[in-house]
Design a protein around this ligand. Structure first.
Ligand code: MTE
Length: 317
């Protein structure tokens, strides 16, 4: 399998929404140039979607390692799950506009030899930004392909040196109800929290993302820093992280606290284990008309299946 990991220079840290896109004419020219060299071509059902690829994306259209085209920046930044702002996916972008992301610190603590609080600018200078084009599969059975920029969570954890007692990693989103109106809702145990087993956290596919399409990540996608775990349902990929804690206890998670029979700790993408209220066997890729079959571990089984050897994944859902 091709390694989707490529180096990309990230631009200034300032939040600059990218609203200048390829014109249709530029796209047609670009598509003509790459038609012979990239598995994606005019026959791709949603090729037209790519007309709004951001400026600066070179003539080669981005695809993941399965050859699936990346979603447009417009889709990625306008169809979001971020309950701190709204439960309406299309309302998150306008409601999160102007969300304060500087100054920002991430405290890394708990069972570590060297606890440390990092400013976001420390993280950006300590860990060079790379690009990984990952599929994001939401539990609600839609998916997107997103060119993330970021760095491995493992590189950060190695720096703080987890002790031998540490078994899990707990993550926490910022709690700021004055800016995040959804946090006024009594139905959820705020702040949003999530967790991974330490070996999942140390896996090379697990990244902290600070950018998308080479641009600084926007509030609706979890600015200034969010987790991305591509073989798990999207709700594990917690946004706007302020705290990372190493622990010996399986962390509580927001969705498992709200509905334990519907959302487990592991949340591995698994077409054979249905959500109690709907099937997980297929998904709708945003921008496509027909549904696709969902792949075990979201298509990353070769890299991650061994983490779960001997486990019954219908019990540990
Ligand atoms: N993180 C926080 N803090 N709050 C949320 O509501 N939603 C999750 C996850 N991270 C969520 C979150 C869900 S359900 C999904 S599918 C992804 O973010 C969506 O990420 P995206 O909007 O960048 O596509």
């Amino acid at each position: 399998m091709n390694n989707p990991f490529k180096s990309v220079p990230i631009r200034s840290y300032e939040i600059t929404p990218k609203d200048v896109y390829f014109s249709r004419r530029d796209f047609i020219k670009a598509a003509g140039v790459v038609a012979g060299s990239v598995a994606l071509a005019a026959c791709t059902p949603n090729a037209a979607e790519l007309t709004d690829a951001p400026e600066g994306v070179p003539g080669v259209l981005k695809t993941d390692e399965l050859g699936d085209p990346a979603n447009s920046l417009k889709d990625i930044t306008n169809y979001n799950n971020y309950y701190e702002f709204s439960a309406n996916k299309e309302a998150v972008a306008p409601l999160s506009k102007g969300f304060t992301t500087t100054p920002w610190t991430v405290e890394v603590s708990g069972m570590v030899a060297k606890p440390r609080t990092f400013g976001i600018e420390d993280l950006l200078s300590l860990f060079p930004q790379e690009e990984r084009i990952y599929r994001l599969r939401c539990v609600e059975a839609w998916s997107m392909v997103i060119p993330w920029n970021g760095f491995t969570l493992a590189s950060l954890l190695k720096l703080v040196e987890p002790t031998s007692d540490a078994k899990y990693v707990r993550f926490e989103t910022v709690y700021r109800p004055e800016e995040m109106k959804g946090q006024g809702s009594p139905f959820y145990p705020w702040p949003y929290q999530e967790g991974l087993r330490l070996d999942e956290a140390m896996h090379d596919l697990t990244i902290l993302s600070t950018g998308i399409y080479g641009e600084t990540i926007l509030p609706q996608n979890g600015a200034p820093i969010r987790l991305v775990v591509p073989w798990k349902y999207g709700f594990k990929s917690i946004k706007s992280i302020v705290k990372i804690e190493l622990t010996d206890k399986m962390p509580d998670t927001l969705w498992a606290a709200v509905a334990p029979s519907e959302y487990g700790f592991y949340a591995n993408v698994n077409p054979q284990v249905n959500h109690p209220r709907w099937s997980q066997a297929s998904e709708r890729r945003i921008g496509e008309l027909s549904r696709r079959e969902t792949l075990m571990f979201n298509g990353y089984g070769e890299q991650v299946a061994s983490l779960y050897d001997g486990m019954d994944l219908s019990l540990h859902y």
